[in-house]
Design a protein around this ligand. Structure first.
Ligand code: UFG
Length: 338
């Protein structure tokens, strides 16, 4: 019996593989390596002593997913496979709809055909939109986004709900991630964006390592304590443990639940920069810039539902996140490239 991680070679998927293996689960990874490196597999083995079974397939191709199910006893699926860049999704929206919807649909179809009843989905806090006020709780209305990436997350949540309504035995968890940063404390796996990073922490670490000249801070006039954006930064290892808790829960239940994975606490962009500087004894040159289109002022979770249903809460601090992000970047200045 195994848990299949689609997109399991990526940032969140690889950390989840490690935590599932530590919990005694057998892990299978299916990934087309479109935005990840094959080296992740050996790194997972170095950390855990176990090399997951790996299928280099495109999860959008249903026959290929079927093959994984034919050759293994798949007990549950954590579905990470999908494109994830917000700005790219505004340039090539159709590619985002095609890939993100196809990957989800092929996995769900195969699960139904093979009677696999446990599904955990990589959703995002982006589904709360810009009308709700933080802390975001799971009962709040969701809304469409200004970008195709966010809309695919919302659509897949709906697809899963409709599917669950038609199949009573399905157990599905929609995990709404806040802002995952940090890296495994070993420094062996971490976030390795292709090209110029869109997200805050990889931009900070690339500035620290000298690949970028300075960090642009997008917006200093938000209605927040210091004027910069506030987000709920969560350590990727905590987030990965949240997936283990979600799988444990989903294997025992039926129905659909949306669950936030956040710390319940917001920190500003400038607080992240100063904590990073303190944690690593470094200086990050910053340039204050205008707001980035599409950003909201404040986003943080109400994290009570995860505690109540899954018995999970985030344990690691922003200081830990900053230390571990830098440890990963300084040991791997070019990510997984040599
Ligand atoms: N920021 C900067 N400079 C940068 C990058 C980011 O100042 O170079 C700021 C942003 O303006 C924002 C904060 O840092 O205020 C966080 O930005 P990120 O891009 O790291 O994260 P977002 O909150 O914009 O997006 C994240 C995920 C998305 C997800 C969204 C949901 O990356 O996948 O949360 O809330 F959709």
């Amino acid at each position: 019996m195994a848990i299949l991680l689609t997109g399991g070679m990526g940032f969140i998927g690889s950390h989840t593989a490690v935590e599932l293996i530590k919990e005694g689960y057998e892990v299978i990874i299916a990934d087309n390596l479109s935005n990840s490196s094959k080296k992740v597999l050996e790194r997972i083995e170095t950390i855990t002593g176990v090399k997951p079974l790996f299928y280099e397939i495109d999860v959008a191709v249903k026959e290929d997913v079927m093959k994984v199910f034919e050759e293994n006893e798949v007990q549950g699926v954590v579905h990470f496979a999908g494109y994830k860049s917000v700005p790219e999704s505004t340039r090539i929206p159709l590619a985002y709809y095609r890939n993100n919807l196809d990957t989800a649909l092929s996995v769900l179809e195969v699960m139904k055909e093979k009677n696999c009843k446990t599904f955990v989905f990589s959703s995002s806090a982006t589904v709360y939109g810009d009308k709700n006020k933080a802390p975001f709780n799971e009962e709040m209305p969701t809304s469409t986004s200004t970008n195709a990436y966010g809309n695919t997350k919302l659509m897949i949540e709906q697809i899963v709900r409709d599917f669950a309504a038609s199949w009573e035995e399905l157990s599905a968890i929609l995990l709404r991630y806040f802002n995952p940063i940090g890296a495994h404390p070993s420094g062996l796996i971490g976030e390795a964006p292709d090209g110029i990073p869109n997200n805050l922490m990889p931009y900070i670490t690339q500035t620290a390592v000298g690949v970028r000249e300075y960090l642009g801070v997008f917006g200093t006039d938000y209605d927040t304590p210091d004027g910069t954006g506030v987000r709920d930064f969560i350590h990727v290892v905590d987030l990965a443990r949240g997936h283990v808790a979600a799988i444990n829960y989903a294997l025992k239940t039926q129905g659909v639940e949306a669950i936030n994975l956040g710390t319940g606490k917001g920190n500003s962009v400038l607080e992240v920069v100063s904590t990073f500087e303190k944690a690593n004894d470094l200086k990050i040159p910053v340039k204050l810039l205008p707001r980035r289109p599409g950003d909201i002022a404040t986003s943080f979770a109400l994290a009570d539902k995860a505690k109540k249903l899954l018995g999970w809460k985030a344990e690691l601090t922003l200081f830990d996140m900053c230390k571990d992000s830098w440890n990963w970047q300084k040991n791997n200045p070019k990510g997984y490239e040599d």
